[in-house]
Design a protein around this ligand. Sequence first.
Ligand SMILES: NC(=O)c1ccc[n+]([C@@H]2O[C@H](COP(=O)([O-])OP(=O)(O)OC[C@H]3O[C@@H](n4cnc5c(N)ncnc54)[C@H](O)[C@@H]3O)[C@@H](O)[C@H]2O)c1
Length: 358
Amino acid sequence: MTPNDAVYTAAVIGVGKAGSDSGTRAGGFRIGYTHAETFQRNPRVRLTACADVNGDNLRAFMERFHVSQGFSDYETMLREAKPDIVSIGTYVGLHRPMIEKAAEAGVRGILCEKPFVASPADLKAVQRAAQTTGVKIVVAHIRRYLPAFARARELYNDGTVGRPMMCVAGIQGWDLSEWGSHWLDMFRFFHNDQPVKWVFGQLRVRGGRGFGHAMEDHGVAYFEFEDGGKAVLDGGSGLNGDVTMALLGTAGSIRVLGEDTLIIQNAMGQREERFAANQFGGMARAWDCLLNDLIAWMDGGDAPMLGLPNVSKSAELNLAAYISAVRGDRVDLPLNDDTDEWPVEILARRHARSSEHE
Ligand SMILES: NC(=O)c1ccc[n+]([C@@H]2O[C@H](COP(=O)([O-])OP(=O)(O)OC[C@H]3O[C@@H](n4cnc5c(N)ncnc54)[C@H](O)[C@@H]3O)[C@@H](O)[C@H]2O)c1
């Protein structure tokens, strides 16, 4: 057991594109900066090292965060800097080897970006690595900490809108994983992380790519929870009225506007609840919550809601929707599949072959 004032050293792998102000499908959100800011706000953590294959990105980050140990190769960084915690801010295809190498090197806590892993085989591999080494892994589905979503979950489960029936969200211009993985995780959150029974996924895949992988132009995931509540995520097209998502109950509804306003409708009428970012502390506070949960787990506490035992189910759901599209069939969970590549690549190859024959 670690005394709860012990300081953990931390390193960022994949620091983020230098000089980038806004992200696109080609990356550039430089989420590594957000990880670094989170580490530097926390009195229990000291950011001591970083690694990135791109020299410009590495130098800009080292200067911005006053980090003296920078490495072009993350494995050398793991050996020489020996951090207690690493964050992984690279694209999904690199997560598995980075987690495995970090776990082997004795890292005790990992904050990994979403989408978490690139294939069912990768998911099993990171679970094995965690089991063998005891490394604690959390995934950055930080919206779970935002008060509007926590309140929506409470209202969806306390009878305010009857029994949970259907959650629906649409994401204009994004896919089921780079953005959609947040909402798949959120729908599990609204259902108190109960098991998903099955998922249907369908994708329109053309030549699109983003974040180093094939990316669908349009995708849909439709699934059912153990208690009969259902959810549908439209990746590619938003909902009318700028509604972020709607939670439909047997006796009313909750609409989420932006990420801070709820419109609740039931037999009593309609009311609005707003959760101002400045009262909670905004996204930065959500990141602080995630890091504090990781630290508490590393200190000997229970696995948090975004710890691997629970969050791996969100990754499984995401992958199962893709595998459903590959198989052209409903996929029942737990996922029984050994695919070892990003499933959208399989559909992209299929599309390329069928285009050749046209
Ligand atoms: N949790 C969130 O809210 C959130 C927000 C934005 C982005 N993201 C996720 O973060 C991930 C990164 O996106 P981004 O836009 O910040 O990326 P980015 O393009 O800004 O940065 C990626 C960095 O990884 C580095 N890199 C690539 N290969 C590497 C390797 N082998 N070793 C070390 N470094 C390597 C690149 O040089 C670059 O600096 C994506 O998966 C994205 O979905 C999450």
